[in-house]
Design a protein around this ligand. Sequence first.
Ligand code: SF4
Length: 255
Amino acid sequence: MLFDSIIYGPIHSRRLGVSLGINLMPIDAKLCTFNCIYCECGWNTPVLKPQLPQREEVKTQLENALINLKKSATALNVITFSGNGEPTIHPDFEGIMTDTCALRDKYYPDAKVSVLSNSTQLGRPDVVRALKMADNRILKLDSAIDQTMRAIDQPLNKKLTVIALKSLFLPFNHDFTLQTCFLRGTYRRRIIDNTTPEELHAYYQLVEEIAPKDIMIYVIDRATPCPTLEKIEAEKMQEIAGVLRKKGFAVSVSM
Ligand code: SF4
């Protein structure tokens, strides 16, 4: 499923509440530095010159949407950067974040600004600055084991490691949300399951090292590009949440 506009919603997000979405990626293609086997937008689309929206266009469309929501007295919990891929790929992400926070302050001062990100662009100082402006940085980590992380997330950088990802979280001084999708299935004849005892042991250890301010764990909810994936049972998700809570973390579970 691709979002066919820059601004979409508001939608009722399982994890965030009433959310107005901002899609900085093309409206006719998915563009991401990961190619997760569970991505609701499908596989990455090969495009030679992806058309990304200009900063001014995003600002105008966001302001129009916020004005209309105000007029209809619609409640809004959050403005969320998500959409057809990784939002921080946009070269003007910092400027767009500046505009977004200013518009939020003007029209919905109580709403949060959130970014769903896979962290791969956090080597860029402008992206770190932009994410620090947001209220919620929701950063992905789907496994503490390199081979599983690569099998699930299919990073374009085939040598990406969990240690490298972990180091990219450092600038936020633990002030971010860790998001993890739990799943099992097969891809290219390989069994993938990030809920095995070995996986969870490594995951719990890594979470303690990273110490995020809170954790979102969730299961697949819609059709996935890899068709063999299974939704993890509620009991298992509650078991994982229970272990994390015992370690002192605030955890939300989205089923
Ligand atoms: S990081 Fe997000 S947008 Fe990118 S492939 Fe994974 S789920 Fe899809």
